[in-house]
Design a protein around this ligand. Sequence first.
Ligand SMILES: NC(=O)C1=CN([C@@H]2O[C@H](COP(=O)(O)OP(=O)(O)OC[C@H]3O[C@@H](n4cnc5c(N)ncnc54)[C@H](OP(=O)(O)O)[C@@H]3O)[C@@H](O)[C@H]2O)C=CC1
Ligand SMILES: O=C(O)[C@@H]1CCC=N1
Length: 275
Amino acid sequence: MKTQKIGFIGGGNMATSLISGLIAAGHEPSSIWVSDINSEQLKSLAERLKVNVTASNETAVSEADVVVLAVKPQIMRDVAKQIAPAIQQRKPLVVSIAAGIGERSLSAWLGPDIAIVRCMPNTPALVLTGATALHANDKVGAEQRSMAENILRAVGIALWVKDEKELDAVTAVSGSGPAYYFLLMESMEKAAAELGLTEETARLLVLQTALGAAKIALESSETPELLRKRVTSPGGTTQRAIETFQQGGFEALVSKALHAARDRSVEMSNQPEFN
Ligand SMILES: NC(=O)C1=CN([C@@H]2O[C@H](COP(=O)(O)OP(=O)(O)OC[C@H]3O[C@@H](n4cnc5c(N)ncnc54)[C@H](OP(=O)(O)O)[C@@H]3O)[C@@H](O)[C@H]2O)C=CC1
Ligand SMILES: O=C(O)[C@@H]1CCC=N1
């Protein structure tokens, strides 16, 4: 990958996932800058990942061709306004990973004529298995599109959506999605223990089964529905379990949860502090 200087504003969970992924994919740690208010976090990033760290957000901007905004949505306005002069001076590509913060707000805070890519990654970026959707504003040129795409592709799959509004659905599906699978793993582990398995056995079986199911679903040309039916022998154990899920309203519950997450994303983007 062509070495771009990347400045991360905020070095928390998601930034750490992205930086670890970028380095594992061959990106030079010396071309990455991270700023954060948390000095412990910076120390740990410098020690573990050998990236450049600074307490000054402006310094991270002034070193970068691409600035990744990776602070919590609640403080994005203050941070964006703080770095706006440095952004206006350098005019880097700005990539925001914040949930619920629209390009219109970012553009208003950062000032005119800034190329902004808004994206929604997820934490499996840490293990190079991330899923990210991106959307570009009309200031982003072809080269900048591929710069943004290259950063996110380094840590998993990256795809563009046509309409920025689609990012609310993406947040509900893949942004929050890892947590849904972890919840299922937690529940299966607890149930396995109730059935008499040791904690260690339960965990290993649950995790390997999740990995196997994901792998077979990715590698097969068949739909998850068909793959499920292949496991389900008529009158057998799987059928009994699936019927139990269905009688409990599983599909409707999943749909309700994803709608709730999507609605929360829309609600967040309409909050006064996000605009
Ligand atoms: N977690 C996830 O699965 C996903 C998160 N996102 C988005 O990623 C963004 C970051 O989330 P996440 O990494 O989980 O959050 P974290 O809280 O882990 O990371 C944010 C970091 O920014 C630091 N920070 C706070 N104020 C400032 C400031 N003024 N200047 C610089 N740094 C500051 C925080 O320090 P301190 O802790 O001391 O406040 C923290 O280290 C959010 O906008 C979220 O919506 C997107 C996709 C998935
Ligand atoms: O829970 C959240 O709001 C963020 C966005 C997607 C994952 N975490």
